[in-house]
Design a protein around this ligand. Structure first.
Ligand SMILES: C[S@@+](CC[C@H](N)C(=O)[O-])C[C@H]1O[C@@H](n2cnc3c(N)ncnc32)[C@H](O)[C@@H]1O
Length: 317
C-alpha cells in the first residue's frame, strides 16, 4: 500500500524504551560483578569454582530480567485462529456472542423503549477527515472499531462505505457500553436515563444503528476490549482497517493497540491501524506514549492525520 506523506512524521528508534532500563540495569550488574570478581581474584581467596558459580548466577539474573521486561509487557497471547472468510464474519460473531440471532430482533425491549431517543449521537473527532482518507485508500471489507460509545464514528464509517460503493463492508464494534465513571455528568449526556444503575448506552447505540438502517452492516461485541479482542483473534476474525478509541490511559491503550494489531488481516496487502487522541487534551493520559512505544517496538512510523495517529502496515505476514 502506498504511504502518502503527512504533515508530521515520527521516526522509530532502534532501541525500544523497554530496552533502555534493561541496558542500564545490565551495565550496573556487570560493573558490580566485575568489581566483585576482580577483588576476589586479587585476594586469591576464591576458587575458580566459586567464580564460575558467581558468573552463572549473574547470567541467570540477566536472563530473568530480560525475559520478564521484554516478555510479559509485550506478550498478548497465542497465535490467532485461521481466518474466517469475510462473508462469514458477521455470522460467526452472531453465533458466538448472540446464540445465532440478531440482537436487533424485537428491538427495543419494552422496559427501555420509552427511555430511548429516536437518535442520539455524540462523539469526539468522529467525523474527522482521517476516516474518509483511510476508507478511500484501504477499501476495507472488514472494519474493527475498539471503543464505539453511541456509534458516531462507526456510523460515519458506515455512511462512507456506502458512499464509496463498499456495500459488503462489515463494521465490528467493540465496547462494554459502560462509558466511564461519571460520563453521564457530561452536559450533553446528563439526560441519559438509567435502569437499575445501568446506563442505556448499548440500547441507545443499537437504536442509532437501527435508525441509520445499518443493522446488517454493523455488528458488536458488548465486552471489555481485552476479552473481545482476544476472542476475535481466537475465532479468526481479522480486518483491514482497525480503529482504537477505547480507554485512554497508557496501559489500556498499550494493551488495545497490541491486541488490535494482531487482528490486522495477514497477507501482502496489509492494512491500517489508527486511533484518536494523539493530538488532543486527552493525549497526555497515555495514548501518545503508548503509540510511540509501539512504533519503536515494531519499527513503524507514526503518521498523523488531524487528531488521529495512523500506522500503515504494508506487509503483515
Ligand atoms: C471515546 S469513546 C469512543 C467514541 C467513538 N469512537 C466515537 O468517536 O464516537 C470510548 C468508549 O470506549 C469504551 N471503553 C472504555 N474502556 C473500555 C474497555 N476496557 N473495554 C471496552 N470498552 C471500553 C467506553 O465505554 C466508551 O464508549
Amino acid at each position: 500500500m502506498k504511504q502518502e506523506p503527512q504533515h508530521l512524521r515520527y521516526s522509530s528508534k532502534k532501541i525500544s524504551s523497554f530496552a533502555k532500563p534493561v541496558l542500564y540495569f545490565l551495565c550496573l550488574l556487570l560493573a558490580y560483578s566485575l568489581g566483585y570478581l576482580s577483588s576476589s581474584t586479587r585476594n586469591n581467596n576464591k576458587s575458580p569454582d566459586h567464580i564460575n558459580t558467581v558468573v552463572a548466577h549473574v547470567n541467570t539474573v540477566i536472563n530473568r530480567a530480560t525475559t520478564e521486561l521484554g516478555g510479559d509487557h509485550s506478550d498478548f497471547g497465542a497465535v490467532c485462529g485461521e481466518a474466517v472468510p469475510q462473508q462469514h464474519i458477521r455470522r460467526k460473531i452472531l453465533e458466538r456472542v448472540f446464540k445465532g440471532t440478531s440482537p436487533w430482533e424485537n428491538f427495543p425491549p419494552s422496559h427501555v423503549e420509552s427511555l430511548l431517543r429516536k437518535k442520539w449521537i455524540k462523539g469526539w473527532g468522529s467525523n474527522g477527515a482521517v476516516f474518509e482518507n483511510l476508507i478511500r485508500k484501504v477499501r476495507p471489507k472488514t472494519i474493527i472499531e475498539v471503543g464505539t460509545f453511541l456509534g458516531a464514528s462507526a456510523l460515519h464509517m458506515f455512511e462512507l462505505t456506502r458512499r464509496l460503493g463498499l456495500y459488503d463492508t462489515q463494521i465490528v464494534c467493540i465496547d462494554d457500553f459502560r462509558g466511564w465513571p461519571g460520563f453521564s455528568d457530561h452536559l450533553r449526556m446528563k439526560d441519559m436515563k438509567m435502569v437499575n444503575g445501568d446506563v442505556l448506552l448499548m440500547y441507545q447505540f443499537m437504536q442509532n444503528v437501527m435508525q441509520a438502517n445499518a443493522t446488517e452492516s454493523v455488528v458488536y461485541t458488548p465486552f471489555s476490549s481485552g476479552s473481545a479482542l482476544e476472542k476475535l483473534c481466537e475465532w479468526g476474525v481479522f480486518g483491514e482497517l482497525i480503529e482504537v478509541d477505547a480507554a485512554h490511559d497508557f496501559h489500556s491503550a498499550w494493551s488495545d493497540i497490541n491486541r488490535a494489531f494482531k487482528l490486522l488481516k495477514p497477507g501482502l496487502e496489509g492494512g491500517v491501524i489508527f486511533g484518536h487522541d494523539y493530538f488532543t487534551a486527552a493525549d497526555n493520559r497515555g495514548v501518545r506514549r503508548a503509540v510511540n512505544l509501539f512504533a519503536r517496538a515494531h519499527n513503524l512510523t507514526v503518521q498523523v492525520d488531524g487528531q488521529h495517529w495512523v500506522f500503515y502496515i504494508s506487509n503483515r505476514l
